[in-house]
Design a binder for this molecule. Structure first.
Ligand SMILES: [Zn+2]
Length: 87
């Protein structure tokens, strides 16, 4: 059962990339921590560290306010790659 987990290895992507500052306009970065319905992924699934998870949650909320990321997605609007029409 434990072998069948969706997210295998726990490590922080942002620590690995040595991210110190996140821009809310950088949607490509944020999408790692968003589910397909644009919800913020919990830290227990992504493996992000506390520091980066806090940063990501602030950045995502900022991006939502700036309409770069939607708050809610209805069932009809769920697409495989929700970010492709952003650029
Ligand atoms: Zn980190």
């Amino acid at each position: 059962m434990s072998e069948k987990r969706k997210y295998k290895k726990r490590y922080c992507k942002y620590c690995e990339a040595k991210v110190d500052f996140m821009d809310y306009k950088d949607v490509a970065n944020i999408r790692f921590s968003l589910s397909e319905r644009y919800k913020i992924m919990p830290r227990r699934l992504t493996g992000n560290c506390k520091r980066h998870q806090d940063m990501i949650s602030i950045v995502i909320k900022r991006a939502r306010a700036a309409a770069l990321v939607p708050y809610v997605v209805t069932r009809k609007k769920v697409v495989t790659n929700p970010f492709e029409n952003l650029k």
